[in-house]
Write a protein that binds this ligand. Structure first.
Ligand SMILES: C[S@@+](CC[C@H](N)C(=O)[O-])C[C@H]1O[C@@H](n2cnc3c(N)ncnc32)[C@H](O)[C@@H]1O
Length: 443
């Protein structure tokens, strides 16, 4: 007889131990995406939920740990301590389930006994002191900007400089939980019809544009009607601006289009859902590129998919100009920190300039491939003007007067803020990711 009993729940102490490993890994420069892939499948979702919350409180937790224990403990002990302190922090308004203090402290001490037994008493003492003196310690820690905003100082200062009127709101928004947004496949349905379909199975959602639907509660994709059949995909509303912008009022039938940094393929698929195109999807990362093929197969769409460096067309270009090019360039990802809360702790101050140099190299290499009368859409999921407005200003200057013109309908920087009407957010919880778009025409 087969048993249908649910698997036993994972003990919180195990999840805390994995979360501490995640913190230690991020501190060593590895991304949460890579680290989580190595967590046993049955503990992955629980660890991800805790690790994401810890990343959103890491600056504050580090500040409190150094107030309570002046000497830095060994890395494994410190990672467990800051994880527990972050989870004991007074919850964010958007926070999910919190654990009672005594449960969290007991389970963290249990995790310490398993991982670093000699430090279990120390972990117990630090966490109990934090719980006892929480209000005073939180107040004291939050005098430091890194603790108050939970971002590195260089990042805070960069936003202060770049967005003097918005920097605090941007930092605040970056610590919130993002909405789960879907893109309905325009070949099959509309956002309004899909909202009805979700409602019929008890899922609340709102349509916020032609193809965008925001779920009231995130859910696994297998619970989305028609997902396996390619009727819907997960994609942020700001990312959904790319395909309609590039296609504009229309392209010739079977226009030649290059998606130059295509993986994992969200925008490639959207383009093909909206138009019949001869689409060439390129990316320098063969592993990520396999996800483009996987997505296209699910959506029953076709493109030529190839690995290559967009900055070196000689290696892959057949010499035929493209009617349109999408350059969704590698960037700091500072506009999607809500979705990848480890990014802020992984980036280094020099990374933005280094990425801007790569973006400029790819822009310069691709522009000659645009046909006369054609267009190039430059996009980054960054809020830093060095990767957006300043990058495009410099590019247009290099091209010289008359060689190109910026479309007056180019959105420019879309900031992930509740009052950003341009980004289409009707409700505070609908806030879309931070993006930059510049549509450039070749006369
Ligand atoms: C922002 S992501 C693209 C997201 C994708 N357009 C989508 O919507 O799913 C940037 C991509 O650029 C790729 N990349 C980085 N450097 C590249 C280069 N020199 N040539 C081509 N692709 C590159 C990365 O592998 C990454 O997949």
């Amino acid at each position: 007889m087969t048993s249908t009993a649910a698997p036993p729940p994972i003990a919180l102490s195990h999840l805390l131990a994995h979360t501490a490993e995640m913190v230690q890994g991020v501190r060593d420069g590895r991304s949460l995406t890579d680290l989580l892939a190595r967590v046993p499948a049955n503990a992955r979702a629980g660890t991800q939920a805790l690790a994401f919350d810890v990343m959103r409180r890491l600056g504050a937790a580090q500040a409190v740990r150094s107030l309570v224990a002046v000497k830095t403990p060994p890395p494994a002990v410190d990672a467990l301590l800051v994880s527990a302190i972050a989870l004991l922090w007074p919850p964010l308004p958007s926070a999910r389930a919190a654990y009672p203090d005594h449960t969290l402290v007991d389970q963290a001490v249990h995790a310490a006994r398993q991982r670093t037994p000699a430090a279990a008493g120390f972990v117990n003492a630090v966490l109990r002191r934090f719980v006892r003196e929480r209000v005073a310690l939180v107040t004291s820690a939050e005098h430091q900007p890194v603790a108050a905003f939970n971002h590195p100082l260089w990042w805070i200062e960069r936003l202060q400089h770049d967005w003097p009127a918005h920097w605090q709101a941007l930092l605040h928004e970056a610590n919130r939980h993002p909405p789960m947004t879907l893109r309905v496949n325009a070949r099959h349905t509309t956002a309004a019809a899909y909202v009805q379909r979700l409602a019929a199975q008890g899922q609340a959602a709102r349509a916020i544009g032609g193809q965008a639907v925001v779920l009231a509660q995130p859910c696994p994709v297998v619970q989305l009607p028609g997902f396996a059949e390619g009727e819907v995909s997960v994609q942020d509303a700001a990312a959904q601006r790319a395909a309609p912008l590039l296609l504009g009022a229309g392209l010739p039938a079977n226009a030649r289009v290059l998606d130059a940094c295509a993986a994992p393929g969200g925008k490639t698929a959207h383009l093909l859902e909206l138009a019949e195109l001869e689409l060439f999807a390129l990316d320098s990362d063969p592993q990520r590129l396999s996800r483009v093929q996987h997505t296209l197969t699910r959506l029953r769409l076709t493109a030529r998919v190839q690995a290559g460096d967009a900055g070196q067309p000689a290696a892959w270009w057949d010499g035929q100009p493209f009617d349109a090019i999408l350059l969704d360039a590698p960037c700091s990802a500072s506009g999607i920190v809500r979705r990848h809360p480890d990014i802020r702790w992984l980036r280094r101050p020099d990374d933005v300039a280094a990425l801007a140099r790569i973006q400029a190299r790819i822009l310069d290499a691709l522009w000659p491939l645009v046909a006369r009368g054609g267009r190039l859409l430059y996009a980054t999921c960054s809020v830093f003007p060095a990767e957006g407005r300043d990058q495009i200003d410099a590019f247009l200057q290099r091209l010289g007067a008359g060689a190109a013109h910026l479309d007056p309908g180019s959105p420019g920087h879309l900031l992930p803020l509740p009052d950003n009407a341009e980004a289409g957010a009707a409700h505070a919880q609908d806030v879309a990711d931070g993006f930059f778009y510049a549509l450039i025409h070749k006369p």
